[in-house]
Design a protein. Structure first.
Length: 338
């Protein structure tokens, strides 16, 4: 079976529901066990369709496959809550993309996540069936620029990718996280002692209940530059995605002749609406100018008030450091890329 981009940003559809219910519920102790030295802990990851997969042990379990996602709460597959005997409380059905929304649960049991050299308890943990998400990531192939790639029928299909969970905001809230796409390594630092000494450029981030946002400027063909508010989403395989209200209010959708229509796929499987894949002329993010980024023009109803997303296909051009304590994202251009 072929692998595909995961539009995990579709999980945002139920974020308001979760915010309401979780804020009124008990949450876990957020204590983290971290070595006292100031050096970061190296955590290897796999990069597949611009998505980052890390191995996480839950309450001493075998290593499970989690997607690292700045655009979501931390989520565990309900098959793992059953296997691990974790108590959970029903919240209600999800409200993201797809026709068959699963139920969402708040895990009420004490949970500990372990990565190499790091152990912490998330402030909250949500459980939901991720069967449809697994279907999404195994359906298509996305290249490093954000294009859908037609599978070569002469080649053997890769092994099915399992998704046991999502490592989201609760992780980024507790640590400074450096993503080294070139080396396929995370470096995780104690946020209280972290000091950046590199040559990258710092971009202020707005931190919401679940998401982080940055301002950016885009230029479409034959249009004046526009400013927008973009959600930074390592759980998106695309480079840039524009939301329907922003597209319509600025008449940004070009003629679709020659563009590629792709399905919207998320927590509830396939949605009825499709997106169009094209290009912008330019995206300006802080001091960086990205020429001709592959862009998803999403025509499904928006599940966020952001004007768009910046995802893995663009972020992988840099070493990226997320420092929530100081409300900044630092970008270092990769020396191995032109």
């Amino acid at each position: 079976m072929n692998r595909m981009n995961l539009l995990l940003r579709r999980l945002i559809g139920f974020s308001l529901l979760l915010t309401c219910l979780i804020s009124a519920s008990s949450t876990f102790c957020a204590a983290a066990r971290f070595p006292s030295d100031t050096g970061g802990r190296a955590v290897p990851f796999e990069l597949d369709d611009n998505l980052i997969y890390v191995r996480v042990s839950v309450n001493g379990s075998r290593p499970l496959s989690f997607i690292l996602d700045t655009g979501a709460y931390s989520i565990i597959h309900t098959r793992q809550t059953r296997a691990l005997g974790l108590k959970q409380k029903l919240i209600g059905p999800a409200g993201g993309s797809g026709a068959n929304q699963p139920d969402v649960f708040l895990v009420t049991a004490k949970v500990s996540f372990s990565l190499p050299g790091i152990e912490f308890s998330p402030r909250r943990l949500v459980a939901a069936s991720l069967d449809a998400v697994e279907g999404c990531v195994n359906e298509f192939v996305i290249d490093e620029y954000g294009h859908n790639v037609v599978a070569d029928p002469s080649k053997q299909s890769p092994a099915k990718r399992e998704v046991d969970g999502i490592l989201g905001k609760e992780f980024f809230d507790q640590f400074v996280v450096e993503i080294d796409y070139a080396q396929r390594l995370l470096r995780v630092y104690d946020e209280s002692s972290y000091k950046y000494a590199g040559s990258g450029k710092s971009i202020p981030i707005e931190i919401g209940e679940q998401h982080i946002f940055v301002p950016a400027q885009l230029t479409a063909a034959r249009r004046a530059p526009l400013r927008g508010r973009f959600l930074i989403d390592t759980g998106s395989a695309q480079a840039v995605s524009l939301m329907k209200p922003f597209i319509l209010s600025h008449n940004l959708l070009p003629a679709t002749e020659g563009m590629t229509a792709v399905p919207v796929c998320g927590l509830g499987g396939h949605a009825k609406e499709k997106s169009w894949i094209g290009n912008l002329e330019m995206l300006e993010l802080g001091e960086f100018k990205i020429s001709g980024p592959v862009t998803e023009f999403r025509m499904s109803d928006a599940t966020t008030d952001a004007d768009g997303f910046i995802g893995g296909a663009l972020l992988r051009r840099y070493k990226v450091i997320f420092d929530y304590l100081h409300r900044r994202m630092i970008l270092e251009p990769r020396s191995d890329l032109k």
